[in-house]
Design a protein around this ligand. Structure first.
Ligand code: SF4
Length: 362
């Protein structure tokens, strides 16, 4: 055992994983194999009172729990206000409002011409190439459709590529999921090549949270494959300054060195980052590691996320303070995603009548 390395891990994580070497810890497959998931692991992280056990079991049945050892090690599991814990820890309020709000507020299903492909905008299409994620974020927009299931079959992927090839208006393919970086590097390479081969596809974009929650996934082999498919842009999601660690900074640097621009699509979350100071700190730190703060998303009105959604007026006040204090490169656009083809709209331009769609209703 590498004692120096063991000493760097919080005691709770040391107790859970025992004799883990640094080489194991830095291996993304080890991280996935040892992810904490399900009721048993949740109870190892924190004490669930006996009367709540049945309710939690019901909750996990609907919205699973999963976190990588790496991301779990950044969390103070004994602090109920820890902003990283709030993103990962199941909350029984997720199933308290089953009738309220929509499972698919952006109407992605309605804009899905073939299984796994979303065509909301004329010149862009989203390919959902993986149903898996390294973690299950409680605020996820797709939390009602993601299941720890198998990835799409080769036939389904072929049908997505065929659809794109039949639509010359599509100039950009956004490869998303789940998390596409959970695919093996060779499978991802094949998939990107299938879209890259289509003459009118000019640009590829990857949406992934791996640099934040599983930074060891960004290894030299992956960076080389992504570099070979340029122009390729990568959007990730940093939500709190504490997520910028030497490991996540290194992952972003590796991508940048491969010529892949990295941007962050931060989600405004109640109790996580809903103060101007926290967001200013986050965006300043992102700028220091050369990651562009691209969007600040107002959390979508997805069923099961209401407890994490900030009040829109509060969001506007935060953004006003940021605008007054931050330079342009530290100021993402604050947007709400509207249903169907309406798309992303700057909150500052949103008419009061349309705000109702995104307001948390208590
Ligand atoms: S990593 Fe992304 S897709 Fe996966 S659960 Fe989190 S927000 Fe959703």
């Amino acid at each position: 055992m590498n004692r120096t390395f063991q000493g760097q891990l919080p005691s709770k994580i040391r107790a859970l994983f025992g004799r883990v070497t640094e080489a194991q810890w830095r291996n993304w497959r080890w991280q996935l194999r040892h992810s904490l998931a399900g009721m048993e692991d949740l109870s190892r992280l924190l004490k669930i009172p006996d009367p709540d056990v049945r309710r939690y079991a019901e909750l996990l049945n609907e919205y699973p729990f999963r976190v990588t050892p790496y991301f779990a090690s950044l969390i103070d599991w004994d602090d109920s206000r820890d902003p990283l814990r709030r993103q990962m820890l199941p909350d029984v309020r997720e199933i308290a409002d089953r009738k309220a709000e929509s499972r698919d507020p952006l109407e992605e299903n309605r804009n899905s011409p073939v299984s796994g492909l979303i065509h909301r905008y004329r010149n862009r299409a989203v390919a959902l190439v993986s149903e898996r994620c390294a973690v299950w974020c409680r605020h996820c927009t797709r939390k009602n459709r993601l299941r720890p299931a198998e990835s799409p079959t080769p036939r389904e992927l072929r049908r997505m590529a065929e659809y794109v090839s039949r639509h010359p208006s599509i100039r950009e393919v956004i490869v998303s999921g789940g998390d596409p970086l959970l695919l093996e590097t060779e499978a991802l390479d094949r998939l990107l090549r299938a879209f890259r081969r289509i003459r009118h596809v000019e640009v590829l974009r990857i949406g992934t949270r791996a640099p934040v929650v599983l930074p060891m996934r960004v290894d030299a082999g992956l960076a080389a494959v992504l570099e070979s498919h340029r122009p390729l842009w990568l959007n990730t999601q940093f939500n709190h300054p504490r997520e910028i660690t030497p490991e996540s900074a290194r992952a972003c640097e590796r991508l940048l060195k491969a010529g892949i621009p990295v941007s962050s699509q931060t989600v405004l979350l109640k109790g996580v980052n809903d103060t101007a100071n926290t967001l200013a700190d986050l965006f300043n730190r992102l700028q220091r590691i050369m990651v562009r703060p691209y969007y600040l998303f107002h959390c979508d009105p997805v069923r099961g996320t209401r407890h994490l959604r900030a009040d829109l007026q509060h969001g506007r006040a935060i953004y006003k303070a940021l605008r007054a204090s931050q330079g342009g490169l530290c100021l993402p656009q604050y947007v709400v995603d509207m249903p169907g083809r309406a798309g992303k709209m700057p909150v500052e331009l949103l008419a009061p009548a349309r705000m109702i769609h995104h307001e948390p209703r208590e």
